[in-house]
Ligand binder design. Structure first.
Ligand code: SIN
Ligand code: MN
Length: 203
């Protein structure tokens, strides 16, 4: 599985088909166990609207947002600590980011019912020399990648179940987002939807 040569999307590495069907199903089991302990919720944007993507996290830190802004928190909004990041997920990080310290957050994004994610930078972490790794499961999604300035030109790629993306180096602080999901395009989940797992070093 680790033999795939990545595509280069504006400096971001895209490993198409990195996870086979059985690896995808096993990850899905891990996601179900995370969600069983730390239920999905809809974070509020700082401007008071719930995000269309539902989220939860595993690891020392979970990503959180409310009217006071975006941040990492050591607790789920229900007050409990986040579950540990499953070993199968850490193994993927070690394969593709072997020189980086262990990730401290595995954000779980769940796209349903027309959910999408606007262009943004991942910049709530302390050290941008560490990459961000993102895993796609379920329905296909149109991923847009830009540059470090919001109005830089962008390029898009369809991400399918089992694809992995690594944003490091020049692409670490690049704007990116999900324009749309082709709901029902994958049979991995029982119902239409897409899961994205994002691994990051926070401290
Ligand atoms: C994100 O940038 O937080 C999510 C990207 C994705 O869903 O693929
Ligand atoms: Mn992001």
């Amino acid at each position: 599985m680790a033999e795939i040569t990545p595509l280069n999307l504006k400096g971001c590495k895209v490993y198409k088909g990195y996870l086979d069907k059985s690896a995808q199903h096993s990850l899905l089991g891990d996601v179900r166990s995370i969600v069983g302990k730390a239920p999905l919720f809809s974070p509020m944007t700082p401007w008071g609207k719930p995000m269309s993507v539902k989220m939860t996290s595993a690891g020392k830190y979970g990503w959180y947002s409310d009217k006071t802004g975006y941040r990492y928190s050591t607790q789920h909004p229900n007050g409990v600590e986040w579950p540990e990041i499953p070993l199968t997920i850490l193994k993927i990080w070690n394969e593709l980011c072997p020189d980086s310290p262990r990730p401290e957050c595995c954000l779980v994004n769940f796209y349903q019912d027309g959910a999408k994610m606007g262009l943004h930078q991942d910049k709530d972490e302390k050290d941008f020399s560490h990459p961000v790794l993102s895993i796609s499961l379920g329905d296909d999604a149109l991923f847009r990648m830009g540059g470090v300035q919001k109005n830089d030109s962008t390029e898009s790629v369809w991400l399918s179940s089992g694809d992995i993306l690594v944003m490091g180096g020049e692409s670490r602080l690049a704007y990116h987002g999900i324009d749309r999901v082709k709901f029902g395009s994958s049979q991995l989940l029982k119902a239409a939807g897409r899961i994205n797992l994002t691994l990051r070093v926070v401290d």
